[in-house]
Design a protein around this ligand. Structure first.
Ligand code: F3S
Length: 81
């Protein structure tokens, strides 16, 4: 399974991920992205369709702030406010 989230301190609010995968990424009030399906905890596995969209955003993020893993992420998820 694939899990994802945004390492929010590395996000420069470029906006690409939300354009490429609006079902998966959204912004807080400061424009910093978070992974929408699980509030950026990185604990909900992507299904096949979402994986395609996720990969698009993952590859294009200019600061590589989008992280992926084959297991759920640990705590400290930089949860959006
Ligand atoms: Fe931020 Fe990267 Fe998205 S810089 S807005 S996480 S494409």
């Amino acid at each position: 399974a694939l899990y994802g989230r945004v390492e929010r301190p590395e996000c420069i609010a470029c906006g690409l991920c939300q354009m490429l995968a609006p079902d998966l990424f959204d912004y807080d009030q400061a424009g910093i992205a978070y992974y929408k399906p699980d509030r950026n905890t990185g604990t909900k596995a992507l299904d096949d369709q979402a994986t395609i969209h996720f990969r698009l955003a993952y590859k294009r993020c200019p600061t590589h702030a989008i992280k992926r893993s084959d297991h759920p992420f640990d705590a400290d998820p930089y949860t959006p406010t």
